[in-house]
Design a protein around this ligand. Structure first.
Ligand SMILES: *Cc1c(COP(=O)(O)O)cnc(C)c1O
Length: 373
């Protein structure tokens, strides 16, 4: 027996758009909370990768309006976009480094490179000759071994009086590898290395902490903190998180069906029903960033009620067990929360064994986005 429901509740034609609603007020509240946690430091905003997938324009505008004046992006392309969003009194840094021939764009849009190696420093200084107003950040690697001057390079820089006198820095920075694990010995080790190098750069603002680094305490704050995840409601250092959820991603019920005991659902028929059940097919899949890591383990919410994802997630669809929802309460076109106040980034990341960062940045382009302030 199979009954396919096509009832639209109130009889109106349903809007079947998936929705991503971003609460800019909550982003601001999170940034203010960081400012309270690090009251003697400037709070910069990491808005790389389209503000972690939530929208560079809206997020940056809101933070700028609330007084944030330093932004970091990954690439020069992202920085040029950001410059059309924030005025020239905001500093925009490009994390990925400086490459030959880019100077004209840096100068035109008044952007600042994060210099990640000695050759980058030399290249930058060579390309901007004559422009004494051009500022840059210097990134010292203290253990992450990703970007930034190595120990050997740092020693060579410090020994090169001419280079040290020529370079005009607005920031000295490093990046913590293990800040989400407060007890990890790397934290203290990176802190000590950064402090030692800092003494060679008197008067230059210093920055070490990402979101989790902010929570490590005042010693890690220096002159500027660089949160990303915390702004967007993630839990930088689980299990406790002082930051509030900032977005809700919802899909819509496309079909409701009843299945007999012994039936299965989805590709591979990986989930078989022991008892008769009801399934809601929802119009979100891995193409929307609801990845197959949630196969058979995802939890979604209907009017606050927790429901299980059944079987494999498809490209555009997933199946939800709505057996426990009274028949008349759920209809085609109804909203199903995938991530949001009930299914937080932290909760979903634990269930799917996926990072909170990946959930955020993979949120797909098909959601109808809305922003409230
Ligand atoms: C992405 C990034 C941050 C922000 O990290 P979160 O964990 O999201 O707070 C800070 N600093 C650097 C260099 C980064 O690349």
């Amino acid at each position: 027996m199979e009954v396919v429901s096509q009832s639209y509740g109130d009889g109106a034609v349903p809007d079947l758009h998936t929705t991503l609603s971003v609460n800019l007020g909550a982003v601001i509240e999170n940034s203010r909370h960081i400012r309270r946690l690090a009251p003697h430091s400037e709070c910069a905003a990491m808005v790389k990768a389209d503000a972690y997938g939530l929208g560079l324009k809206e997020i940056s505008q809101a933070l700028y309006k609330d007084g944030i004046r330093t932004f970091f992006v990954a690439s020069l392309t992202e920085a040029v976009s950001l410059r059309s969003i924030v005025a020239l009194d905001a500093d925009v840094y490009v994390l990925n480094g400086y490459f030959s021939g880019q100077a004209a764009q840096y100068l035109k849009y008044q952007l600042r490179p994060v210099l990640n190696s000695l050759p980058q420093i030399e290249c930058w200084l060579g390309d901007i000759t004559g422009d004494s107003g051009a500022l840059a950040a210097l990134h010292i690697d203290t253990g992450m071994n990703r970007l930034g001057l190595s120990g050997v390079e740092t020693d060579r820089l410090l020994a090169d009086k001419n280079l040290m006198n020529t370079i005009r820095l607005s920031l000295l920075m490093s990046h913590l590898a293990c800040a989400d694990q407060p007890e990890h010995p790397y934290n203290k080790s990176q802190l000590e290395k950064f402090k030692a190098i800092s003494t060679a750069f008197p008067g230059i603002p210093k920055s070490l902490a990402n979101s989790a680094g902010v929570l490590l305490g005042e010693e890690y704050h220096f002159d500027m903190v660089r949160p990303g995840l915390a702004l967007y409601g993630g839990a930088p250092c689980p299990p406790i998180s002082p930051f509030e959820n900032v977005f809700t991603a919802q899909g819509k019920v496309l079909q409701l069906r009843e299945v007999d005991a012994g039936s299965s659902v989805g590709y591979g028929a990986t989930h078989t029903f022991r008892d008769p059940a009801r399934i809601a097919t929802v119009n979100v899949g891995y193409a929307d960033g609801y990845l197959q890591c949630f196969n058979g383990c995802g939890q979604v919410y209907f009017k606050g009620q927790q429901l299980s994802v059944l079987g494999k997630v498809s490209m555009d669809l997933l199946a939800v067990d709505v057996t426990a929802v009274p028949d008349r309460d759920i209809n085609v076109g109804d909203d199903i929360e995938l991530f949001g106040p009930h299914e937080t980034l932290l909760a979903a990341s634990r269930r799917g064994h996926i990072s909170q960062y990946e959930i955020l940045t993979l949120l797909g382009k098909r959601y109808k986005r809305s922003y409230k302030s």
